[in-house]
Design a protein around this ligand. Structure first.
Ligand code: PMP
Length: 342
């Protein structure tokens, strides 16, 4: 019996997403928040363990709808925004266009589902190359376009005029992935009123709740209804729904921590900027990209010292990405980095 022979063609050469657990002292590799909120788990004790979750997530949608000022029927819930990418590609199919480097799941999921991908390289300053993008849109007529704003792993937001141009000219569903929006000044929700082909993804993963796996698609009923056709029943479990609802009810506290983290990011940026041999890129997210010679070796040596960050060298030459942690974690990272650069 040869199992290999049975594998779907598009999965034969597929590499899984690399999310390994590595033991370390300071974990700054996965763009998680350094702040946790155990007190918000209290409500979860009331969950009826024997009952299926609310299939529509009504309470959670109600709170999200109040916070973002969009009708609840324009929101679809998911088990993390990764799952939304799966649903979007399943529902709309390819070609799937996205600028690169960007979040790898757009490509991994599209490939797994056997859809054509159209990666379009960013310019040297990590902005959308609008000429190339326009040409590819005309040539391939994608069904889906993914734009991460702020972009992972570069940390910047794309120029607004280029993003709008893509929305205007594309006969595609344009997905703006706002996973890092809480750390940026830009918010594309108001554009939903104008563009029927726009869908926005949000997540709780970066603001302290990666463990819950809760993502949101915010669009118009025409699009959410299509995505809902491929959504698995009960995709968001009751514990996550309950705690996520509490997140919105306590958002003022969480927002204070987001502001704290942004200040810490700007401080870390300045600390990096003053290190010799480091080129650091501005960030509107909760991580910072920087370039240094011998980045791959440096990454390994940092880990030997107990500091785990992300090696981006396979996507961008000589680049590493560090998640913003607590002041203490960031100081350990900087001190270790400074020592290794000597
Ligand atoms: N989009 C982007 C741009 C990301 O960087 C990530 C997380 N690495 C995700 C989506 C996935 O987030 P979630 O935890 O909601 O699946």
């Amino acid at each position: 019996m040869n199992i290999k022979r049975l594998i779907r063609k598009s999965v034969r050469t597929l590499e899984p997403y690399k999310a390994k657990e590595i033991v370390c002292k300071v974990k700054l590799d996965a763009n998680e928040s350094p702040y946790g909120y155990p007190s918000l788990l209290k409500e979860a004790m009331k969950v009826k363990t024997n009952r299926y979750p609310d299939p529509e997530g009504k309470a959670l949608k109600r709170e999200a709808s109040k916070r973002w000022k969009v009708p609840a029927r324009n929101i679809l819930l998911s088990n993390g925004s990764d799952e939304l990418i799966y649903y979007l590609v399943t529902a709309f199919g390819g070609p799937v266009l996205y600028p690169t480097p960007t979040f790898s799941m757009y490509g991994i999921i599209s490939n797994a589902l056997g859809e054509k991908t159209i990666p379009v390289p960013l310019t040297d300053d990590f902005d959308i190359d609008i000429k190339k993008t326009e040409a590819k849109i005309k040539r391939y007529r994608p069904h889906l376009i993914f734009l991460s704003s702020p972009n992972n792993p570069t940390g910047n937001c794309f120029s607004e005029d280029k993003l709008l141009k893509i929305l205007e000219i594309s006969p595609a569903v344009v997905v703006i992935d706002e996973a890092y929006q809480p750390f940026s000044e830009k918010n594309h929700l108001p554009l939903l009123k104008k563009y029927r082909n726009l869908a926005i993804m949000r997540t709780l993963s970066k603001i302290g709740f990666a463990s819950l796996r809760v993502g949101f698609l915010i669009s118009n009923p025409e699009i959410t209804e299509v995505v809902n056709r491929v959504r698995l029943p009960f995709n968001v479990n009751s514990l996550s729904q309950t705690v996520a609802t509490e997140v919105f009810r306590n958002y003022d506290n969480i927002e204070k921590d987001i502001e704290r983290l942004k200040r810490e990011r700007d401080r870390l940026y300045q600390r990096l900027r003053h290190l010799k041999g480091i080129e650091v890129f501005p960030s509107e997210a909760n991580f910072i990209l920087f370039r240094t010679k011998g980045a791959r070796t440096l990454h390994r040596r940092l880990l030997k010292e107990g500091v785990l960050i992300r090696d981006i060298t396979s996507q961008i030459k000589d680049c590493l990405r560090v998640t913003v942690g607590t002041e203490e974690e960031n100081e350990i990272f900087i001190a270790t980095l400074a020592k290794l650069l000597k």
